[in-house]
Design a protein around this ligand. Structure first.
Ligand code: GUN
Length: 291
């Protein structure tokens, strides 16, 4: 039977540390501030945004939500980002993805000041992650790294297999594992002999978006299995990519869904916002007094 990796508990520890540091900043008159922009009415995005705002309250941050209508133009959104880039009380700017089709995601993300890009999605910050000289790490893979480290399993020299090659999870995940000296393989929809590759993984990370995708025959005995998937099963219940019932007895460590990677993503966002506030604090010291 696998050891369950408790993402909820580890996320609570990360947030507690952030809250402590936030209190220290408050002594200098600095309150970390996060702006969250959501365009349209996607129900899942609305839940994510609500959870992000709630986390800000928990750790003592200021947060401001900009809920824009579906028909918002590219110029209106770029103007808002420009205003937020210049505001002293906003340290982090997050544009919830996906955006409606008429908006150019690359242009929008690229408009966020790299100093306030707490998702680490802008080309500048992606490049920093690539060369291992980063200020922000993208939240989901950064959360996964914390979960792996919590197991005490050494990454160095191990076979690490990532299923999924998205810009948000798969690619940065591979890079972070590489920085920790893992031997990394990235698999995707065109990969041949997938289970042959995954069954050699000491650390297996799935970010595919398909319920029951990872089955027991794809998993090495005793492996660390991290499930980034957020799917609905046949009964409409939240589930990951991993067929938990069959994989759990075989894995050494495994994350549940919910309660695994999900809470970590938000905790790491809080950590990044704190980092941004510290980075901006030289500027913050010049903030006009609050009215
Ligand atoms: N949509 C799904 N995941 C994310 C995320 O981590 N950040 C943002 N901004 N949008 C997302």
């Amino acid at each position: 039977m696998a050891n369950l990796i408790n993402g909820k508990e580890i996320a609570a520890q990360v947030k507690a540390e952030v809250a402590k540091e936030s209190e220290k900043l408050a002594e200098y008159g600095v309150t970390p501030g996060l702006a969250v922009i959501i365009v349209g009415d996607d129900p899942a995005s609305k839940i994510y945004v609500r959870n992000k705002k709630r986390a800000c309250e928990e750790v003592g941050f200021y947060s401001e939500e900009f809920a824009l209508p579906e028909k918002t133009s590219q110029k209106e959104l770029l103007d808002l980002i420009d205003t937020l880039n210049k505001r002293f009380d906003i340290d982090g700017i997050l544009v919830q993805l996906p955006l409606p089709k008429h908006l150019n995601e690359k242009t929008i993300i690229g408009a966020i000041s790299p100093k306030k890009d707490v998702d680490a999605f802008s080309p500048f910050n992606v490049g920093r992650v690539m060369i291992g000289e980063y200020r922000f790490l993208p939240c989901t893979p950064a959360g996964v790294m914390e979960l792996i480290k919590s197991t005490g399993v050494e990454i160095s020299g191990k076979n690490c297999v990532v299923i999924g090659r998205s810009n948000i999870v798969g690619k940065p995940m591979a890079m972070m594992l590489l920085h920790e000296n893992g031997t990394v393989t990235v698999c995707h929809s065109k990969t041949e002999n997938l289970s042959e590759i995954t069954s050699k993984a000491d650390i297996l990370i799935s970010a595919v978006g398909k319920a029951h995708f990872v089955t027991a025959d794809m998993v090495k005995e005793g492996a660390v299995v991290i499930d980034v998937g957020m799917n609905n099963d046949e009964d409409g219940k939240l589930c990951g990519d991993v067929d938990f019932e069959s994989v759990e007895p075989k894995a050494g460590y495994i994350t549940p869904v919910p309660g695994g990677v999900g809470p970590m993503t938000i905790a790491m966002l809080m950590k990044n916002t704190l980092t941004a506030a510290k980075l901006n604090s030289a500027v913050a010291a010049k903030r006009p007094p609050k009215k």
